[in-house]
Ligand binder design. Structure first.
Ligand SMILES: [Mn+2]
Length: 365
């Protein structure tokens, strides 16, 4: 298993890359979407995970501007110079696939664009694209002094049912001039059908390009959020996602925090089940306390999940991918985000070391 560091787009610079390497990371997961292009009513702080109000995180990118191989290679070279390998891109830009999510008029064209970008990601030698097939996206969370020592973290305190306005999907505005109104109500089956269309179009291209498409579970994992259905809100729904289209490219962006927030199942059984199937692309290695609709994010060593137990299951099933902290509580100092990441990575490195040593000792005795 390998330690990775997640970079938001605006944090991609030589100093942060050196910081990641100094923390012990050897791999990088990069968000190419800029979540922090603020809209009129966005409250998104630039040095934390993206949050926002009902108006979303901010504005999506340019639908006509696809990722290019050249631009990917520039970032890859910067990472390599800092001593990091580029393991995954996290998330498509809503601007590139809003009508794939919404089954809208530009769906065919956008599926072709996704295929083009997947080929380019393969050309650049990046093995995984993480995605989150969700209409409401990550939403409905509150920020407060919920973690140890009153560190600021995120949590949920009850469902959020305010509908998603037209022109917004996946918590970002793709059309600021959309007519007033809200996304139409659709069923869970309709959303699964849209996912199947996406997988049918993209999996063959991904297989040929040597790229795995790795699905994040719905965060927060509620059956519905903001009046829209969710796909993976219980651990066994990941199995449905794998079974609808069996392919080595149909994989999981395995978020331990989100899985632990689910009301059913057992986190260790889920880790066992999906790592045994070699379905895990990479892992969001973070911890939480509680379950939806009442939970909060914690320091990695301070939540409901026994992280060492998770690591030993992963090791026994020969998981050899990358673990990243995803996000952490903000620590009280002049660099709240960086210190949170450094703390998480230090813990992860020590935890990996101990699990490796214990299992090596066991196998020798
Ligand atoms: Mn996650």
């Amino acid at each position: 298993m390998k330690l990775g560091f997640g970079f938001y787009r605006h944090m991609l610079n030589p100093e942060n890359m050196a910081f990641a390497r100094q923390c012990g990371a050897t791999h990088a997961v990069v968000h190419l979407v800029d979540y922090f292009k603020k809209g009129a009513n966005s409250e998104n702080p630039a040095n934390d995970q993206p949050t926002g109000n009902l108006g979303g995180w901010g504005h999506a990118g340019d639908p006509g501007k696809l990722w290019t191989t050249a631009e990917l290679l520039v970032i890859k070279n910067q990472l390599n110079t800092a001593g990091l390998e580029w393991e995954a891109i996290e998330n498509f830009d809503p601007a590139h696939w809003y009508d794939v999510l919404l089954d809208g008029p530009r769906k065919r064209e956008q599926l072709e664009n996704l295929k083009t970008m997947i080929r380019r990601v393969g050309e650049a030698g990046i093995p995984i694209i993480g995605y989150n097939f969700s209409l409401a996206g990550v939403c409905g969370r509150l920020s407060g002094p919920y973690a140890r020592g009153e560190a600021i973290s995120l949590g949920m305190n009850g469902p959020v049912d305010d509908p998603v306005p037209n022109g917004m999907v996946w918590n970002m505005v793709y059309d600021g001039n959309a007519p007033t109104g809200h996304l139409p109500l659709i069923s869970h089956d309709e959303l699964w059908k849209r996912l199947e269309d996406f997988l049918d179009a993209c999996l063959p291209v991904a297989e040929a390009a040597g790229v795995r498409l790795a699905a994040h579970p719905d965060d927060p994992p509620m059956p519905t959020m903001r009046g829209t259905p969710r796909l993976v809100y219980q651990p066994q729904l990941y199995q449905r996602l794998l079974d609808i289209r069996r392919s080595p490219a149909n994989a999981l962006e395995f978020c331990l925090g989100t899985l632990s927030e689910m009301t059913e199942g057992d986190i260790y059984e889920a880790v066992e089940c999906y790592s045994r199937q070699q379905a895990i692309g990479y892992i969001h290695f973070r911890n939480v306390a509680g379950k939806v609709p009442h939970y909060h994010e914690t320091f990695v060593d301070d939540g409901d999940i026994d992280m060492l137990r998770v690591l030993s299951i992963l090791r026994q099933n020969n998981f050899d991918g990358v673990l990243i902290p995803d996000h952490t509580p903000q620590m009280s100092c002049s660099a709240p985000w960086h210190s949170g990441m450094a703390y998480a990575l230090g813990y992860m490195r020590a935890a990996l070391d101990s699990v490796n040593r214990i299992l090596t000792m066991k196998s020798q005795s």
